[in-house]
Ligand binder design. Sequence first.
Ligand SMILES: Nc1ncnc2c1ncn2[C@@H]1O[C@H](COP(=O)(O)OP(=O)(O)OP(=O)(O)O)[C@@H](O)[C@H]1O
Ligand SMILES: [Mg+2]
Length: 242
Amino acid sequence: MLEIKDLYVEFGGKEILKGLSLKLEKGKIHALMGPNGSGKTTLAHVLMGDPRYKISKGKILLNGIDITGLAPNERALLGLFLSFQTPVEIEGVKLSVFLRQAYNSLNKNKLSILEFKELLEKKAEELKIPKEFLSRYLNKGFSGGEKKKAEVLQLLVLNPIVAILDETDSGLDIDSLKTVARGVNSFMDKDKCLLIITHYKRILEYVKPNKVSIMLNGKIVNDGSSNLVDELESKGYEWLKN
Ligand SMILES: Nc1ncnc2c1ncn2[C@@H]1O[C@H](COP(=O)(O)OP(=O)(O)OP(=O)(O)O)[C@@H](O)[C@H]1O
Ligand SMILES: [Mg+2]
């Protein structure tokens, strides 16, 4: 469904992705792990079309369509979604207004304020997000965990086809992690695919990956089944560095 072919990416003259190839299949959950600074977030941003990064080689295909040169909004229209590792705070824009704008930009069937309110409140309830959050400014003053929950609310409301979750589990308390995992599982179906970037085994116990890939120094160095996560827990990343 999403295919990344031999991708080389630089930022400010420094090469960050160095020949990365990865395939995400329809109906499958793919986990991506790797040490700090290995380039996971860079990959996520490049997949979404962040213009700050320069692609020097390689391409990205979504359902066979080359999206390497497309703008982020064009990618979103094709069904791509990214949950940010560090969501930005936007003062003056209410969460509910932001989500309705995003929803109506992506869907032919536009929803009125009332219709959208109904959808939003249902999804917020699933994630145990109190109603008053919906009228607060986007991420403004949200705690770390609340920001992550707001990202997952966005996932459930926009209902994309390919979702990339960049450390959505980090900062969540034990109950919130379970709630978020339930939400993510309810999003997933046989026609979608999911890339979960994480450092921890915990989320993968609730959202079970079909495949796990390990990224080191800008490329994929190993992949396997979820057993690989246990191996990483006990051995760390050192054994992969050679
Ligand atoms: N916008 C940027 N400005 C400066 N350096 C950057 C930028 N984006 C990425 N880098 C550098 O690229 C490397 C990869 O960073 P990236 O955030 O992709 O790592 P990561 O694998 O997501 O790490 P973590 O697990 O800590 O989130 C790092 O050395 C980082 O400092
Ligand atoms: Mg990161």
